[in-house]
Design a protein around this ligand. Structure first.
Ligand SMILES: C[S@@+](CC[C@H](N)C(=O)[O-])C[C@H]1O[C@@H](n2cnc3c(N)ncnc32)[C@H](O)[C@@H]1O
Length: 297
């Protein structure tokens, strides 16, 4: 595992997603926030293995044998790991602005004995683009919506890919849901109200990236929405719900009604009679969209 540092400031950070920061890893309690996000990402990877595998296989159908892969906004390494396994001959460079995430990713790769095939690169893509070229596959999962200037990033990606290279962008269409509408206490519709509130605050908001990708001179090779719904592993779903709804609780402290906050607190109290861990009706459901594109040159 190698680690490089690349910082070449050349344009400002257009902070169009300020309101989403409590969910995206930039709050004033950055470390707590990053470790909370890391926990959610790792639990997602465990629970949604089949769902994510479908997206990796769809990627392989477009780009069967990439030698060099870039994982942009790699986080804890869900994409890096899946890509390394899907493409056993590839070398993967995992890029993230967060040293915390990259350290976690590096430790996971070490555990999986994949370090020789993965390098990490710390870079804030909003302030500098790494000196890379000849990339066969650029992967950006749940990261493009964090970028201040996505048009600029797509432009850089197009220049970094080989002429036969492929960009795959993945975003969550819907944040995951876990709860039934009627919990048996509190006012029904709590989860929907939480989702409405975070949507209004701009969490995870992203456009149909096809337009921006085309504007960067690339050609869309495919676009597909992948839906998931699982109730297979209730313990893991409860842990995932606990991690995710805790982040929502923090982000919505000033937005939700006192009654809804109290209901959430009851769900999130691990020792309480209404705890998530005691429920037998949790499921995890949501969807992701993936865009595949080739450079136009
Ligand atoms: C929601 S996580 C997604 C992680 C991973 N791709 C996945 O699918 O599990 C978004 C990641 O993008 C990183 N990120 C956000 N803005 C970035 C930027 N400007 N430059 C580099 N990384 C960035 C964050 O640090 C975080 O690790």
């Amino acid at each position: 595992m190698t680690s490089q540092h690349s910082q070449k400031p050349h344009h400002g950070h257009h902070d169009s997603h300020q309101q989403g920061h409590q969910f995206s890893g930039h709050s004033s309690h950055q470390h707590d926030d990053e470790s909370g996000l890391a926990e959610v990402l790792d639990l997602d990877a465990l629970l949604l293995r089949d769902h994510l595998q479908e997206i990796f296989e769809w990627t392989a159908a477009h780009q069967p044998n990439p030698a060099t892969i870039l994982d942009l906004g790699a986080g804890t390494g869900t994409g890096t790991l899946g890509l390394t396994r899907t493409f056993p001959a590839a070398q993967v460079t995992a890029v993230d602005q967060s040293e915390f995430m990259l350290q976690r990713l590096a430790a996971m790769m070490e555990n999986q004995r994949l370090s020789a095939r993965v390098s990490t690169l710390q870079a804030d893509l909003d302030t500098g683009w790494p000196q890379l070229s000849g990339i066969d596959l650029a992967w950006a999962a749940s990261s493009m919506h964090h970028m201040g200037d996505p048009a600029h990033i797509f432009d850089q990606i197009a220049r970094t890919l080989t002429p036969e290279g492929l960009l795959v962008v993945v975003e969550m269409d819907t944040l995951p849901r876990y709860l039934p509408d009627d919990l048996g206490f509190g006012t029904p519709g709590l989860e929907q109200r939480c989702h409405n509130a975070v949507a209004a605050a701009g969490w995870n908001s992203h456009p149909d990236w096809a337009t921006a990708i085309r504007d960067a001179g690339m050609v869309i090779a495919g676009q597909r929405t992948f839906v998931y719904a699982t109730d297979d592993n209730r313990d893991l779903i409860a842990r995932n719900a606990q991690a995710f709804l805790s982040r929502m609780r923090t982000g919505l402290e000033d937005t939700l009604s006192q009654e809804d906050l109290a209901t959430l607190d009851q769900l999130l109290d691990p020792d309480g009679p209404q705890s998530l861990g005691r429920r037998t009706d949790l499921t995890m459901r949501g969807s992701r969209t993936a865009w595949a594109a080739r450079p136009g040159h």
